[in-house]
Ligand binder design. Structure first.
Ligand code: TXA
Ligand code: MG
Length: 316
C-alpha cells in the first residue's frame, strides 16, 4: 500500500477502512501506530499477525477524550489528575476495565485492566473524530524492532499490511508514551517514555516507582526483546573501535567512526529523543560492525532514552 499524505480525504478513507475491520497506520506525536477497531477481535487479530507479536502482549486503546476513556475504564482521583495534566499527549493510563465498554479481550490480553491514551497529533485526532471508534494501536513495527517515527519506516517494515499508511511527517516526540498503571492506591510506572518521571511526580505530589521489569504487573511488552537493531550496540562508548558507527550526543565527540549521527550537538535531550529511533535505523543500515553509543545523561528524558538503548544493547 502506498503511503498517502494525510488529508481530509485520506483520513476519511482511513476511517472507513477501520470501520470495515481493516488496519490503518497513522502518526501520533510519539511514534506511528498500527490501528484497528478495538471492539472487533477479528480486526485486532490482524495486528498481532502483522507484527508477529506474542498474543499475551496487550495493546494501547486510543480515544478522543477523557469522557470516552472513562466509559472504558474506571478512573480514580489520581488517574483523572494525570489525564487532566497530560491529555491530549504522550501518557498512557492503565486502569480497571469496564466490561460494558466493549473492548475486545484480545486487546487487553484477558487482563482486568485496559491501557488508554488520548493522542495529541492532529492526524490521530482527526482519525479518531472521523472513525468514532476506539482505536487499538501498538507501534507500527514488527515485534521487537525499533518503533517507526516516519511513514517511510512503516512502509519499509510492514509495507503490504495496512490498508492505508497516513503520512503526517516525522513524529515530534520520537519516544513512545510513558505508561502509568493507576489501580488501587499506588500508581506505578510501567514504561518510561515521552513524559519524564519528574513531571508525573509533580502532578501526583509524590514519587512514583518503576515496576520491576520482570514483575507480572509490568507492561508485558517490556519482557520481550525490544528496540533491537540487527547490529550489535555498545553503550557508554568514549572511543571508537575499527568498523564501528557512532551514535553521538553533545559537542565533544570521539574521532574514527565511518558513520556518525549526533542526536544533539547542543546536548539537548528533547532533540535527542526525537531523533533516536530514526538514527538507530540509519546506523543499523550503514553496514557497521557495531554501533557505539556515547553516554547520555540519566536525567529528564535521558532516563527513557537510556532505557531504550539498554534494551537495544541487550537484544543479542
Ligand atoms: O506511544 C505509544 O504508546 C505508541 C503509540 C502508537 O500510541 N504505542 C505503543 O504501543 O508504544 P505498544 O503496543 O508498542 O506498547 C504498549 C505498551 C506495552 O508495553 C504493553 O505491554 C503495555 O503498553 N500495556 C498495554 N495494555 C496494558 C495493560 N492492560 N497492563 C499493562 N501494560 C499494558
Ligand atoms: Mg512497541
Amino acid at each position: 500500500m502506498p503511503v498517502l499524505p494525510a488529508t481530509d480525504e485520506t483520513i476519511a478513507s482511513a476511517a472507513q477502512a477501520l470501520a470495515a475491520g481493516g488496519l490503518v497506520a497513522f502518526p501520533t506525536e510519539t511514534v506511528y501506530g498500527l490501528g484497528a477497531d478495538a471492539r472487533e477481535a477479528s480486526a485486532v487479530g490482524k495486528i498481532f499477525a502483522a507484527k508477529e507479536r506474542p498474543q499475551f502482549n496487550p495493546l494501547i486503546v486510543h480515544v478522543p477524550d477523557l469522557e470516552t476513556a472513562e466509559s472504558l475504564a474506571e478512573f480514580g482521583t489520581e488517574a483523572r489528575a494525570l489525564a487532566a495534566a497530560f491529555w491530549p499527549g504522550p501518557l498512557t493510563i492503565v486502569a480497571p476495565k469496564r466490561p460494558e465498554g466493549g473492548i475486545a479481550d484480545l486487546v487487553t490480553a484477558g487482563l482486568g485492566t485496559v491501557a488508554l491514551r488520548v493522542p495529541a497529533h492532529p492526524v490521530a485526532r482527526a482519525l479518531l473524530e472521523k472513525a468514532r471508534l476506539p482505536i487499538a494501536a501498538p507501534s507500527a513495527n514488527r515485534s521487537g524492532r525499533i518503533s517507526p517515527t516516519e511513514a517511510g519506516h512503516v512502509a519499509a517494515e510492514l509495507g503490504e499490511v495496512p490498508d492505508i499508511i497516513l503520512d503526517g511527517g516525522p513524529c515530534a516526540r520520537g519516544l513512545e508514551s510513558t505508561v502509568v498503571r493507576v489501580v488501587g492506591d499506588t500508581p506505578t510506572l510501567l514504561r518510561l517514555g515521552a513524559v519524564p518521571r519528574a513531571e508525573i511526580e509533580a502532578v501526583l505530589g509524590h514519587t512514583i516507582d518503576l515496576a520491576a521489569q520482570d514483575a507480572p504487573i509490568a507492561s508485558p511488552g517490556q519482557l520481550e526483546r525490544h528496540y533491537a537493531p540487527q547490529t550489535p550496540v555498545r553503550l557508554n562508548a568514549t572511543t571508537i573501535a575499527p568498523g564501528e558507527a557512532l551514535l553521538a550526543f553533545g559537542p565533544d565527540i570521539p574521532d574514527g567512526a565511518d558513520t556518525t549521527i549526533n542526536l544533539s550537538p547542543a546536548g539537548d535531550l528533547t532533540e535527542a529523543a526525537t531523533r533516536l529511533f530514526a538514527a538507530m535505523r540509519t546506523l543499523d543500515e550503514s553496514g557497521a560492525r557495531a554501533i557505539a553509543v556515547m553516554p547520555i545523561p540519566e536525567e529528564g528524558l535521558g532516563e527513557a532514552i537510556n532505557d531504550r538503548l539498554r534494551r537495544a544493547a541487550k537484544a543479542r
